[in-house]
Design a protein around this ligand. Structure first.
Ligand code: ADP
Ligand code: MG
Length: 584
């Protein structure tokens, strides 16, 4: 056959590989989790494919993952008989770091490199992004992957030493699925490089990271068994050591338990954490774990996670909903957008529904009553979990809010049915405290007597808002104002939200009545003042007629001579900007 084709990695990919090869990342063990996770995904896909396409020529009778370590050769093979990859897929998926997370990692890395990245900073980057398949280069000098796509006859070999290039080659007789062979680096425990050709080490890692994987993970183990000799029964000599021999047995080393089908008390935090990492392809720990088991008309189980770290594509257009759909333990699809509203797209996990058809399509899902019922229930559950977190674990809640609050608040616009619950779970910056956020209930608790609206001001930053002339009178009178500086705030305050019967009112719009205790606002003096300044006001209105519709005296200023106020029903400058930016 022809010589293997040599391909060059892109410059940034090379940088990333270089980082892996020289990694000081202490959790090098995680390469195994990544390979097993990929193998498991490939088996899920093949089973589904074979259920949907009866003509597909594949053997699905014994889907599994095998670990084959060789101590003498210092190699480890991780193999699956799953869906496999075509040659183009190998180049696209393995050759070019196509994942959005890795694209982001590359960018951060390039930036960090310019500033002269420290080892610790590089380590942090790895832990933050995860690097999937490429993590193998932390433990291997050379990685070769042989794969054959289900239904195809020719396989492909991909090979690299993690330097500038990789090779691609046809393999005529490749078995179904994918096998990854690692030429292991020498053991160096100081550098967190353990003996990954050692069976007890591998067993320990599978137990820790991959026990829940739904497919058998097999390994050949040597066992010492007594040799049955014909006269052993009659032998009475106690001193004689029994004869033994070594046999090789294939053992399944994971317990394959579906965590979502277990009750909470049966599963440890570590198990949940590893499962979260598997379904989310992330390397952080979940901030919150949510379990739900529904019986009755619609039977389903859900295991959901709120991550600690926001993913980098959270605000990108193609950002995915993170729920995997199973039907009676059979994987159906990932990123099942029908199961979670877009504003909860950061939630990761699994829903296993009992009564759906296996070949359910996205089109059918959109119409399905059961799916809609599940989605409603999950949505409420996530919102109430956030509220509980706020009340019982304020620090975790703050982490959540800083990472996901802006996304969560999209629900105030898009999900009117849950608006009350969402407002209750939300927090807001306010003039009450510079650091702390406030709940609306607490805001209402501090309202002045006679105050019947929740005052807010929107703007680009806290700085800009609190320094605005509109604030002056409120500050002088000690009336608290919500400081809303996220772009999404503009949207939800304009949909007529109320909390506890109290409307939201912008301090920068319309006439704000700050109460009768103010002498200057009583009617006679206001009238007199208006008379006294009538000439000035009409001259100002005429002179500024291109820019303002009216000029009036105001009680809202204490220091500044004048300020611009929007009509009660006008758009705020920020909203105008938003609409303009979106081309409307
Ligand atoms: P991720 O799993 O997060 O997508 P990886 O770097 O681990 O990222 O893998 C990249 C892609 O390569 C996978 O999405 C998958 O399409 C493909 N892939 C990796 N390993 C396998 C495998 N064992 N069988 C089939 N496809 C695989
Ligand atoms: Mg992966």
């Amino acid at each position: 056959s022809a010589a293997p084709e040599v391909h060059e990695f892109q410059a940034e990919t090379r940088q990333l590989l270089d980082l892996m090869v020289h990694s000081i990342y202490s959790n090098k063990d995680s390469f195994l989790r990544e390979l097993i996770s990929n193998a498991s995904d490939a088996l899920d896909k093949l089973r589904l494919e074979s259920l949907l396409d009866k003509d597909l020529d594949v053997d699905t009778s014994d889907l599994h993952i095998t670990l084959t370590p060789d101590s003498d050769a210092r190699t480890l093979v991780v193999a699956d008989n799953g869906i496999g990859m075509t040659r183009d897929e190998v180049v696209g998926l393995i050759g070019t770091l196509a994942r959005s997370g890795t694209a982001e990692l590359r960018r951060s890395l390039a930036e960090a490199r310019e500033k002269g990245v420290s080892d610790a900073a590089a380590e942090e980057l790895i832990g933050q992004f995860g690097i999937g398949f490429y993590s193998t280069f932390m433990v291997a000098d050379k990685v070769s992957l042989v794969t054959r796509k289900a239904g195809e006859t020719t396989g492909t070999r991909w090979e690299s030493t993690g330097d500038g290039t990789y090779t691609i080659d046809d393999v005529p007789d490749a078995p179904q699925g994918t096998s990854v062979t690692l030429a292991l680096k020498p053991v160096d425990t100081e550098d967190h490089l353990y003996d990954y050709a050692d069976k007890s080490k591998l067993r320990q890692l599978v137990k820790r990271y991959s026990d829940f994987i739904a497919w058998p993970i097999r390994m050949d183990v040597e066992k010492t068994v007594p040799v049955e000799t014909p006269d052993s029964d009659t032998e009475s000599d106690e001193d004689k050591t029994p004869e033994t021999k070594t046999v090789v047995e294939t053992e399944t080393i994971n317990s394959m338990k579906a965590l979502w089908a277990k009750s909470r008390s049966e599963v440890s935090d570590e198990e949940y954490q590893e499962f979260y990492r598997h379904v989310s392809h992330a390397w952080d720990a979940p901030l919150e774990t949510i379990t739900l088991q529904a019986e009755g008309t619609f039977e389903y189980q859900a295991l959901l996670f709120i991550p600690t770290q926001p993913p980098f594509d959270l605000f990108m257009r193609d950002s995915k909903v993170g729920i995997h759909l199973y039907v009676k333990r059979v994987f159906i699809m990932d990123d099942c957008a029908e199961l979670m509203p877009e504003y909860l797209r950061f939630v990761k996990g699994v829903v296993d529904a009992a009564d759906l058809s296996l070949n359910v399509s996205r089109e059918i899902l959109q119409q399905d009553r059961q799916i809609r019922a599940i989605r409603r229930r999950l949505t409420k559950k996530v919102i109430s979990t956030v509220t509980e977190m706020r009340d019982s674990r304020p620090d975790d809640y703050r982490t959540f809010w800083d990472g996901f609050g802006r996304v969560f608040k999209e629900g105030l616009v898009n999900d009117p049915d849950n608006r009350d619950a969402l407002l209750k779970a939300s927090s807001f910056a306010s003039t009450h405290s510079e650091e702390e956020l406030t709940t609306l209930a607490d805001y209402i608790g501090r309202m002045k007597s006679g105050q019947d609206t929740i005052y807010y001001m929107t703007g680009e930053s806290r700085q800009q808002i609190v320094n605005s002339p509109h604030m002056e009178a409120f500050r002088a009178k000690g009336i608290e104002v919500l400081v809303l500086s996220d772009p999404v705030d503009e949207m939800w305050v304009s949909v007529g939200a109320e909390f506890d019967g109290k409307p939201f009112q912008s301090i920068a719009k319309g006439a704000v009545d700050l109460g009768a205790d103010d002498e200057e606002s009583d009617d006679t003096s206001k009238e007199e003042q208006n008379k006294a300044y009538a000439d000035l006001l009409s001259w100002l209105t005429t002179t500024l007629s291109d820019d303002v519709s009216e000029t009036r005296l105001s009680s809202r200023l204490t220091e500044s001579p004048a300020c611009l106020v929007g009509d009660t029903f006008s758009m705020s400058p920020q909203l105008e900007k938003l609409y303009r930016a979106s081309g409307q």
